[in-house]
Write a protein that binds this ligand. Structure first.
Ligand code: DX5
Ligand code: ZN
Length: 243
């Protein structure tokens, strides 16, 4: 079983009280905190960086699962690792020759070239060499073929399948990405040990389909922090994923 089954996203917490949010999530039974780092380039939002990760690491013993929505994730690996990240997830699109600029939510992305795949492999190695778990994230229109190759070669610990376009919490779940989860789980390389995380619009209403498709890790922001009883939401999510 992966280390981080239920990871509430602090993007939906009160940023003026992150220490209290971490304590509340520990008490509620979370396995990790999902930390959304956005740089205003890869996505149209600007959130936090290594100093906030370091402050969280000092405030909580929960593993910090950092989702790097950054155009140049490699430049930040060392600093996030030093700040105390337990896992670092980069977007595969950033390894395309154009840095992902031509990504179009309505059109499945083409297969990567050998040079692009090599760039992704070397970023995986950089993260692993920094001593943290390696995650690779896919935007909704990015296919699984290329990340499956990275999984098969043993470069990746976790695949994050985005079920919203990255950038903001509180968006609606896109069920259309679930066949990608199932395809990854079905691939030989996606055997039972692979951590497959789904992020975006996950709630008690959508987690059943997510788990059935084969995900064993979920991120939830607004569904947890916006609930009157976050521990109850976490236990519902856990029951679905553990099933
Ligand atoms: C979106 C972030 C998500 C976000 C999820 O870009 O990657 O982690 O916090 O929030 P909800 O669960 O509200 O969709
Ligand atoms: Zn995220």
């Amino acid at each position: 079983r992966p280390a981080t089954v239920i990871a509430p996203s602090i993007l939906s917490a009160d940023f003026a009280a992150l220490g209290a949010a971490a304590a509340a999530m520990t008490a509620a039974g979370a396995d990790a905190l999902h930390v959304d780092a956005m740089d205003g380039h890869f996505v149209d939002n600007l959130t936090l960086g290594p100093p906030v990760v370091a402050a969280l690491a000092a405030a909580t013993s929960l593993p910090l699962d950092v989702h790097m929505m950054l155009s140049d994730p490699g430049a930040w690996v060392g600093r996030f690792a030093a700040a105390g990240a337990a896992s670092l997830t980069f977007h595969l699109e950033t390894c395309y020759a154009d840095g992902g600029a031509s990504y179009d939510a309505a059109t499945p992305t083409r297969a990567m070239t050998d040079a692009e795949l090599a760039a992704a492999r070397s970023l995986c190695a950089k993260i692993r060499d920094a001593g943290v778990r390696v995650g690779v994230a896919l935007r909704p229109a990015t296919p699984v073929h290329d990340v499956a190759a990275l999984v098969a070669s043993g470069d990746v610990d976790m695949v994050l399948v985005m079920s919203v376009e990255p950038g903001f919490g509180g968006q609606s779940f896109m069920a259309g990405v679930l066949p990608k989860v199932a395809a990854l789980r079905a691939a030989a390389a996606g055997g039972p040990g692979l951590a497959i995380q789904v992020d975006g619009g996950v709630s008690p209403d959508t987690v059943g389909a997510v788990a059935t498709a084969g995900a064993n890790c979920v991120v939830a922001g607004s569904a947890v922090f916006g609930a009157p009883d976050p521990p109850r939401v976490i236990s519902i999510l856990r029951a679905a994923v553990d099933d």
